[in-house]
Every structure is written in C-alpha cells, then in structure tokens.
Ligand binder design. Structure first.
Ligand code: ZN
Ligand code: ZN
Length: 396
C-alpha cells in the first residue's frame, strides 16, 4: 500500500526523534575532532559508516577526493541530495559549525530513507569535503556527481535564522615572492628582500581598497615571512582571498590584485609567481524550496527572519551547484545575534546543547521538504519552474 505525503511526514519526524541521540553524538564527535579541508578522514568515515548502518549503498572517495562520499537509497527519479560539510578551520576548529551541517544533513537523509520501499524516487547523501578552502563541491560537480540530481538541500548554522541570502564569489590567490638571500647586516646590498615585496603587496592592496565596490572583499595572510631576522628573506608567501558579487567581477578584481603583486616584485627586485584556487560562484537560492523549509521550522517554533540582501558576505561552493540545479542553503540561528562567524564564540556555540536541538529541528524541516519533493510532483515542478526563470540573489 502506498504511503501518502502526510504519513510520510509523520514517519520522517519519528525517525529523527528515534535517531536523535546518535546524531547528536556524531555532531559532537566531529566538533571535538576538527579536521582541515580535504583531510576529514575521521568525519568522513563516521558519516559514511552511519549511512551503511541504515541501508545506504555508499561509495567512499568520490571524484578523486578520498574524504568525499555518496550514499543512496531508493530507485529512479526524482533524485534529491542532502549535502554534508565537515571541514574545520585552522587554529580555531569548528568555528563555521560544519559539524552541525554534517549531522543535520545525515539525519534528514536517513529519515527519508527510512521510508524504504515507499520512497517514490531516490534520496542521496553526499559528503562534500573542503568547503573552506578547496571547493570540494566544485570538484564533485565537474565530475558529474550532480548530473542526475533534481534538488540539493543543505543548511548552515549562524547568528540568525534566515532562509536565503546572497553570497559573493571568491578566488583564493597564493602569491610567492622569490628574492636573494644575504647577511642582513654584513651584506644587505647583495640581497633582494622577498619580505619587503610581500609587505609592498599588502600595502598596494590596501591602496586599491578605496576603489572597489563596497560589496567586494580582499583579505589575506602572510603564510611565510622569512626564516631568520639576520638573513634577507629569499622566499615569502601570502594567501589573498578576492571576492565580488559575481564570478566575472571576481576575475576582474583578481587581475588588479595580481598587478599589485607584480608591482611589489618589480619595486623590490624580486620575482613573483601565482597559483589560484577554484572559483566559488555567486549563489542562486531556490526560494520555493527555502520557503517550505521555513514553514516547517515555524511549525517547530523557530521563526525565520526576513532576508536582508545587503553588503558583502562570505562565499561557498554551494554557489556553483546552485547555478546548475535547484539548491538551498538556509541559515539556522545557533548563536546570539551579532556573533561573528569564524570566531571562537561561534565554535563554542556549535558545540552547545541548544545548537544540537536547533540542528535536529532543521533536519526535520529538511526531511519534510524532501518528502514534498518526492511525493508532491506539483511542488517539484514549482521548484524547477523557479530555477528556470530566476537568477542568483544579489545585494541591493
Ligand atoms: Zn566557513
Ligand atoms: Zn561554513
């Protein structure tokens, strides 16, 4: 006997309640063992192990990324995918709360999969590593992992609950200056100072700052500044992230930032070399899907705020996915308003009891939205129609 949408809703909610303790345990485990971009071995095996234990066929190591995985239950279309992130930040751990993204997406996918033979389509759970740095989703996208996916769902923790927001495009530029080493006191005239070059580079970028769009961002660190104070540094390295509202504008700004580095090299008698990370694109939120998630959150006592599309923001590789297939990336408030992302405060909130409770509610809202995508063909058509006619969200 086939299951109706309402009964499917009740079943996925019950499934999340039943697995709540194990899901919170996974979230806490990942939080307590932060792993950097593309080195998330522990999280990846924890998550894929849980999927296998719940009847998923899992491929570990997708698209040449050892910590990427995907699991599926069901057959045929529609295909919906829950996207998990689980990388942490250097030095400050899970300050982006990806432990909650991983555990919440896992719970939603497993809850939907619990409908088993009643599932009118396929539910997939995709482990997408390296969000903070290496663009894991872009690698998966280019490898065709999302080719047959009708909708991609994930969420992100933050300081407010809001169902969509614009996001900038970004490229990370690595700049290396090569000079000539010499005794810093005995024969400095024979040296060519790669530290002076990297300092000039940052000064030039600061000079550029006045002449860029308010929504653009340039921010970096010096990752290598020399080896000893009495040696003229012959090698320095910096990482500079360049953001703008579209991929095209980001590429244009990147050219100006590269010119700053070339000028610094010329001025100091050094040479410069560059390498670029992947281009994270602007975000096209599917408002139809995101609004539905918000309605289910309201039913659970969490009131989403009105989206405010203003100013510069962070970026995510979900942008690239969202330009190809309908996708959502709503935000879930787990910290007091104004708490900065990528901060030690946010990290501590991502491990709190309140955040785990919020994450379970979001998992339920995502699972119910997944039910609607699979059981209500009119809703899926609305989602697809919006995708066809709409573009990315941009700041006003
Ligand atoms: Zn982050
Ligand atoms: Zn994040």
């Amino acid at each position: 006997m086939s299951v109706k949408r309402e009964e499917a809703h009740a079943r996925v909610s019950a499934a999340i309640r039943d697995m709540a303790d194990s899901i919170v345990e996974i979230s806490r485990d990942i939080h307590q063992h932060p792993e950097l971009s593309l080195r998330e071995e522990r999280a990846s095996s924890l998550l894929s192990g849980f999927l296998r234990g719940h009847g998923f066929q899992v491929d570990q190591g997708v698209a040449g990324l050892p910590t990427a995985f995907q699991g599926a239950v069901g057959k045929g279309g529609p295909v919906i995918a829950y996207l998990l992130e689980y990388d942490a930040l250097p030095a400050i751990g899970h300050a982006c709360g990806h432990n909650l993204i991983a555990a919440g997406g896992l719970a939603a996918g497993v809850a939907l999969a619990s409908l088993g033979e009643h599932l009118p389509g396929t539910v997939r759970v995709v482990g997408t590593p390296g969000e903070e740095k290496d663009g894991g989703k872009i690698v998966l996208l280019d490898a065709g992992v999302f080719d047959d996916v009708d909708a991609a769902l994930m969420f992100h923790p933050g300081a407010s609950t809001v169902m969509w927001r614009h996001a900038t495009a970004v490229v990370e530029l690595t700049v290396q200056f090569h000079g000539v080493a010499a005794h810093a006191a005995g024969s400095p005239q024979q040296g060519r100072n790669a530290l002076a070059a990297v300092i000039q580079f940052f000064v030039a970028v600061d000079g550029l700052r006045q002449h860029i769009a308010e929504t653009s961002r340039m921010h970096g660190i010096i990752t290598h500044g020399g080896a000893a104070a009495n040696v003229i540094p012959d090698f320095t390295e910096a990482e500079m992230m360049v953001r703008a509202v579209t991929g095209e504008e980001t590429e244009a700004l990147l050219a100006r930032v590269r010119a700053c580095a070339e000028a610094a090299a010329l001025a100091t008698g050094c040479t410069v070399s560059f390498s670029e990370g992947p281009l994270y694109r602007e975000r096209k939120n599917n408002h139809t899907m995101a609004t539905r998630v918000g309605e289910y959150l309201m039913g659970l006592g969490r009131q989403p705020e009105e989206p405010v599309l203003k100013g510069g923001t962070g970026s995510s590789d979900i942008g690239n996915v969202s330009l190809r297939i309908p996708a959502i990336h709503p935000y879930l408030g787990i910290a007091p308003k104004g708490t900065p992302g990528h901060s030690t405060q946010m990290r501590d909130h991502a491990g709190s009891d309140a955040a785990q409770a919020a994450m379970l509610d979001m998992a339920e809202a995502l699972a119910r939205t997944g039910v609607d995508l699979l059981f209500d063909s009119e809703f899926l058509r609305d989602v697809q129609a919006e995708f066809q006619r709409s573009g990315p969200d941009f700041p006003m």
